[in-house]
Design a protein around this ligand. Structure first.
Ligand SMILES: Cc1cc2nc3c(=O)[nH]c(=O)nc-3n(C[C@H](O)[C@H](O)[C@H](O)COP(=O)(O)O)c2cc1C
Ligand code: SF4
Length: 439
């Protein structure tokens, strides 16, 4: 299905450097946008493309940009969210590592469209090796007149700064990110006000994901209309999926939206089937925060239609029988995987990463971790299963930021679809522990 858009040139030797990138059509979109298009024309193309944010929520990018307070006399900022700390998601680092200029190109055009002269890349602290890659690309872009004052002889000027975080997952949440960028502890802010009005240093700000911004150059090159024809329905274009777990070919794949999940799992071009010829048991398709689905529901919706890699198809059935495309972190479990152990593991992560501002998240993640620990270690009671459901319900919707839901959904969905496995841990703990020891 379809060709690649973002990764089309990834196999060209030396594509990470400016000269090879430029010789293969790189930065043509900047020339086109700055010399031939007005700011509003660029905004219109992005809206027409139907591009939706690739950071997890899938919010339409053109609409987000239209909210930016352009009447304010304060400076405006564009912040690229390169925090990527969600377990199972590793596509942004891949993009920045192999195609740093694709991101820089997108940042220049987006800044032009938004009337921004200062742009930040907020990058996860652990990606130290990428800071140098990005800074080198920025330097090269400066040397060739694509950054700095009066870019390509126009009135538009832009500087890009790379800012590493200190390695906290919560700093990927956009308002926590802005706090951290301002030099404070990365605590999420209460919204409203939204960053479009009061963002970085109290100024109008757009925060977008790496993959979202990397798509802007190709959209300007091919035109918004052509981009909107790739994909399916309101899930336009392509999506990077980072696939891991029990599969033959883990890695990052660019798929056209609408690819059937079954093809993605079994086709040798992508995951290449389940490792060691095991059966597929379950998938978390959008990074660890989205609901897990058992094999029959990830391959087909409850209506019996083939499940597709689109925002709509994955969500079909709401949370009873559906899930989310999220950030595209596709985690595959085979028949031997222990869902209780996996859920405990994820909950440990969320408990550790909770910033602690809201009691339902701060306390609830800790309680869930404790209860899951005892279930996994053969010390659980049957009532613990409903206790977990109640704790998850009491977190959901009662917190400042969506980390609460991110912690609650994996637990609630695991029990919804694999309750017998939780019960088995209570009824036959010794057998379960022995089985896991043998694996
Ligand atoms: C706990 C948490 C962590 C997040 N981590 C990231 C992240 O690492 N990268 C990212 O782009 N968005 C992340 N997001 C989503 C951002 O808040 C924001 O919606 C996104 O950067 C917007 O970009 P987009 O519209 O291009 O998707 C996170 C959200 C939450 C609640
Ligand atoms: S939901 Fe959790 S991470 Fe988010 S603000 Fe509240 S305590 Fe912090």
């Amino acid at each position: 299905m379809g060709g690649k858009i973002l990764l089309a040139n990834i196999d060209i030797p030396g594509i990470r450097g400016f000269d090879v990138y430029r010789a293969n059509g790189g930065y043509n979109s900047v020339t086109k946008a700055l010399r031939e298009m007005s700011q509003s024309q660029v905004n219109a193309e992005v809206t027409r493309s139907g591009l939706r944010g690739r950071g997890g929520a899938g919010f339409p990018t053109g609409l987000k940009w239209s909210f930016l307070d352009r009447k304010s006399d304060k400076p405006r900022y564009l912040v690229c969210n390169a925090d990527e700390s969600e377990p199972g998601t590793f596509k942004d680092r891949y993009l920045m590592h192999h195609l740093p200029h694709l991101l820089i190109e997108g940042l220049i055009i987006s800044s032009y469209a938004l009337g921004v002269n200062t742009c930040y890349i907020y990058i996860r602290g652990e990606f130290k090796y990428l800071v140098g890659v990005l800074e080198k690309a920025i330097k090269e872009a400066h040397q060739h007149g694509f950054l700095g004052d009066r870019i390509l002889g126009t009135d538009f000027s832009l500087n890009i700064w790379v800012h590493p975080g200190a390695g906290a997952y919560i700093c990927g949440e956009e308002t926590a990110l802005l706090e951290s960028l301002e030099g404070k502890r990365g605590n999420p802010r209460i919204k409203p006000p939204f960053p479009a009005f009061k963002g970085l240093y109290g100024c109008p700000t757009v925060v977008n994901n790496v993959e979202t911004l990397a798509a802007i150059g190709p959209i300007i090159n091919m035109g918004g209309e052509a981009y909107s024809k790739v994909g399916r329905g309101k899930s336009t274009g392509t999506k990077l999926i980072s696939a891991c777990g029990s599969i033959n070919n883990p890695g990052v794949y660019e798929i056209e939206m609408g690819l059937p999940v079954e093809d993605f799992i079994y086709n040798p071009e992508y995951c290449g089937g389940i490792a060691r010829d095991r059966y597929l048991k379950a998938v978390i398709p959008g990074g660890s925060s989205v609901p897990i689905l058992p094999a029959e529901l990830i391959l087909n919706t409850a209506k019996g239609e083939r499940r597709l890699l689109t925002y709509e198809s994955l969500a079909d059935g709401d949370f009873e029988t559906g899930t989310m495309l999220g950030s595209g972190g596709f985690i595959v479990f085979d028949e031997d995987a222990c869902i209780v152990r996996n859920t405990w593991n994820l909950t440990r992560f969320y408990h550790h990463e909770s910033c602690g501002q809201c009691s339902p998240c701060r306390e609830g993640t800790g309680w869930m971790e404790k209860v899951l620990y005892r279930l996994e270690h053969g010390e659980g009671k049957k009532s613990d299963i409903d206790l977990l459901v109640r704790i998850a319900k009491n977190i959901e919707g009662h917190t400042i930021c969506p980390l609460g839901e991110a912690a609650a959904w994996p637990v609630a969905s695991a029990i919804r679809h694999f309750r017998e496995e939780f019960e088995e841990h209570v009824l036959h703990p010794a057998e379960v522990i022995e089985k896991e020891r043998r694996l």
